[in-house]
Design a protein around this ligand. Structure first.
Ligand code: XIL
Length: 340
């Protein structure tokens, strides 16, 4: 009897549905009455995660009414979007891009190739060079094509360097050498010629071996005609130890001189227990002010929205909104700096 055959399938489906986040993939609907952000001198972005946006109305509201650009915090990373060799899952990334479109935000795609948040099928395999080359370019092509016309900028390669400035020894470098970077950029350009392509790096705001290595790396890419448009400076920092505006502008100029754009892509300012929110506000103003004053700086993105969901924990008070999504002095400082 058909009814008997269907029943176990229905039970299995119900069990499977219960395993994951029930809302996963569902559209994220912006609050209708959230005000629009004021006009700003530069795009002001936030990293948004789908779980927080679905569960926390105050978070979603703060995002929608403050920011003009959006970076998915995790949802476009390899392990989430391409969990198995032969299957992609764009559900949560699509939901975030849908939210951005519905609220008129620019989208920064993050990130195509990184040594972290990789699925096991990539890190475990004993690859042959040609095979890994095909997998890498196939991944980039698939993801960029999926979002073609909806993503303004991609972090094509993320954090390729060690603090010493040497290349990381990840699966891509081991098998393909530095050539993996050029491969990824070329595949991204081919898949969406209008998207701006960035190389994103951390710990390069101050002078030193890592900054020098980053300049050398992108100089070499440009010289060889690799299609790179910009450099992302993450700018994860600590109140009182953050680079001031002059320092950041000097760093930015090392890249803009080469004809590249720069963005601050992951700004947050951790406040030590004894630290003050006024110092944090000053440091936020320094970073946003540097971008406003530097012609080649095309935007500033904050890595999160409210302290409650910050990737470094609420205790670090690193973001412009507090745990209850109330604005902090940092938000006022950002607004003042970017107002026009
Ligand atoms: C972080 C996310 O914020 C976390 O939720 C996740 O668990 C780990 O990754 N540099 C990057 C970002 O380029 O992708 C990282 O995001 C933070 C550091």
């Amino acid at each position: 009897m058909p009814a008997r055959r269907i029943a176990p399938v229905a039970v299995l489906a119900a069990l499977l549905a219960g395993c994951g986040d029930a809302d996963s993939g569902a559209p994220i609907v912006p609050p209708k009455d959230a005000g629009a952000p004021p006009e700003l001198a530069r795009p002001l972005g936030a990293a948004v995660n789908a779980k927080a946006a679905r569960e926390d109305d105050a978070y979603l509201r703060a995002f929608a009414s403050t920011f003009t650009s959006m970076t998915p915090e995790n949802e476009m990373k390899w392990s989430l979007v391409h969990p198995k060799r032969d299957s992609y899952d764009f559900a949560d990334a699509d939901a975030l891009v849908g939210l951005a479109q519905a609220t008129g935000k620019r989208v920064r795609g993050h990130t195509l190739v990184w040594d972290q948040q990789l699925p096991r099928w990539i890190t475990r395999q004993d690859w042959k060079r040609d095979e890994l080359r095909r997998v890498l370019t196939g991944h980039v092509r698939e993801v960029v094509s999926h979002f073609k016309g909806r993503v303004a900028q991609w972090d094509v390669v993320n954090e390729p360097l060690q603090p010493s400035g040497r290349a990381k020894r990840d699966v891509f470098t081991r098998m393909l050498g530095r050539e993996y970077i050029a491969l990824a950029f070329r595949a991204a350009r081919a898949a969406d010629p209008r998207a701006k392509l960035f190389l994103n790096e951390n710990g390069s705001e101050f002078p030193g071996p890592k900054q020098d290595a980053l300049v050398a790396l992108v100089t070499d890419l440009r010289r060889r005609g690799v299609p790179i448009d910009g450099v992302g400076l993450q700018d994860h920092t600590v109140a009182g130890k953050a680079p001031d505006a002059a320092r950041l502008r000097a760093t930015m100029r090392r890249f803009t001189r080469l004809g590249l754009a720069v963005e601050i892509t992951e700004l947050d300012v951790a406040v030590p227990r004894s630290g003050s929110l006024a110092v944090q506000a000053r440091d936020y103003a320094a970073s946003t002010g540097a971008c406003r004053d530097e012609p080649g700086c095309t935007g500033v993105t904050v890595w999160g929205v409210t302290d409650k969901w910050s990737w470094i924990g609420a205790g670090n008070r690193a973001l412009p909104f507090d745990e209850q999504a109330r604005p902090k002095p940092a938000l006022e400082a950002i607004r003042r700096t970017l107002s026009r």
